[in-house]
Structures are given as structure tokens and as C-alpha cells.
Design a protein around this ligand. Structure first.
Ligand SMILES: C[S@@+](CC[C@H](N)C(=O)[O-])C[C@H]1O[C@@H](n2cnc3c(N)ncnc32)[C@H](O)[C@@H]1O
Length: 209
């Protein structure tokens, strides 16, 4: 399978129809968590299974991974999880997707970018314009979680998010995970690899003020 796709390719300009929350979830009014760059969705599948009081939404740009994730949802008859195919930046530039923010309590960028080289900076999902759009759309008190094993990427994401005055860093040590989208601290697929190989993990939480 192709490991990476260029998010700036014209192929992703057109986005698929985003169904309403009612179509996505059995209980559309539940708190919603969004995972951007969810790959084949194992993290969200694990979360949705153990936390029926939350709805989970994943966005992934590699179509084949989204197909695999959707099949698992169907197979396991999970009603609080939905996957969208496409470039997250393009999806949220579309005004028809804004309704997602009505229920959104948190979102995560977990090990999001394969674009390490400076000349590929523009391909990174965390961009100033994207974060500005999030800051204009997210409710006060909602959270952004970032995690990566690449220090340079962490610094890039942290700089972009911290430069937006509507987001304030939260002290991770005092963060109450029990009320969050991830009370059991489920780990992602990439995170499991990173832990196994004893690599560093850089992470931060921000709240919209
Ligand atoms: C390194 S993988 C990490 C997957 C998963 N979050 C984890 O922690 O195991 C990064 C994923 O983000 C996806 N991705 C990168 N840029 C994206 C974008 N602009 N929109 C949606 N998905 C994106 C990639 O296709 C890839 O599957």
C-alpha cells in the first residue's frame, strides 16, 4: 500500500458528502471527539468500544484505510463511530462541515505528519490557517491534543497552535482524563510502536479560551 499521499494534490480538492450527526451516530447529541489522521482507525475503534457515552469521528486522507476502518465499524456494529475520507484541511474549509463543531468537545492530532523535510512544510496538516479556522469554530472549553515522536514536528505544531491567542496550554499533570474522550488512556497504533521502541513522545494539550 502507498505509505503517503500528497494532501495538496487536486485529487483531494473535492470532498465527499459529510452526513449529518444523526446519520453518523445512534445518539447524535453525545459529546464528540475528532481524531485527525486516524489511519485505519484502531485507536477510535478501541475508544468507541469502551466509551459508549462519547461519539468518535475520524478523518483520514488514505482512502483504502478509511474503507478498512468502515468495514470494521459495520462488522462490529459500532454505533458511536464514523470515518470520513479526505484532507482534513479541505473538509473544514467547506461551510457544510461546520455543524461538526456544535458537539465537538475535543480533537487530536496523533503522530499526524509524515512530512519531516522543511520543503514539505506546506503538506503538514497543522497550518496557521487551519488552526485559525479551528479557533473560530471550536467552542470555548474544548481541547486540542497533540502527540508525536518527531521533535521538529512537535515544535512546529506547538508554535502554530500557541501563536493563536485563543488557545492556552493546559498543564498535562493536572489534566483530568477521567472526564475526557480517553478516560482509560488508550494508545494509538503509532504510539504502541514508539513505546515498544523506547522512542520519545512529545505531547501537549490546549484549551480554547
Ligand atoms: C503516522 S500516521 C499516524 C496514524 C495514527 N494517528 C496513529 O497515531 O497511529 C499519520 C496519518 O495521518 C494521515 N494524514 C496526514 N495528513 C492528513 C490530512 N491532511 N488529512 C487527513 N489525514 C491526514 C496520514 O495519511 C496517516 O494515515
Amino acid at each position: 500500500m502507498r505509505q503517503h499521499v500528497n494532501p495538496l494534490s487536486k485529487h483531494f480538492d473535492e470532498i465527499e458528502r459529510i452526513p449529518s450527526l444523526k446519520e453518523m451516530f445512534d445518539k447524535p447529541k453525545l459529546n464528540l471527539h475528532l481524531d485527525i489522521g486516524c489511519a485505519a482507525g484502531q485507536f477510535l475503534l478501541d475508544l468507541a468500544f469502551v466509551n459508549p457515552k462519547w461519539n468518535y469521528l475520524g478523518i483520514e486522507i488514505r482512502e483504502r484505510l478509511v474503507k478498512t476502518a468502515r468495514l470494521k465499524v459495520q462488522d462490529k456494529e459500532i454505533k458511536n463511530l464514523y470515518f470520513i475520507f479526505g484532507n482534513a484541511n479541505n473538509i473544514f474549509n467547506d461551510l457544510n462541515s461546520k455543524f461538526i463543531f456544535n458537539n465537538l468537545k475535543s480533537l487530536s492530532f496523533n503522530f499526524p505528519d509524515p512530512w519531516f523535510k522543511k520543503r514539505h512544510n506546506k503538506r503538514r496538516v497543522v497550518q496557521k490557517a487551519f488552526i485559525n479556522m479551528l479557533s473560530n469554530s471550536m467552542q470555548k472549553g474544548s481541547f486540542i491534543f497533540i502527540k508525536t515522536d518527531v521533535k521538529d514536528l512537535f515544535e512546529h505544531m506547538d508554535f502554530v497552535i500557541s501563536s493563536n491567542l485563543n488557545f492556552k496550554t493546559i498543564d498535562k499533570k493536572n489534566f483530568d482524563y477521567s472526564a475526557s474522550f480517553n478516560p482509560n488512556k488508550v494508545t494509538t497504533t503509532r504510539e504502541n510502536y514508539v513505546i515498544l521502541n523506547q522512542l520519545d513522545i512529545f505531547e501537549k494539550i490546549y484549551v480554547k479560551i
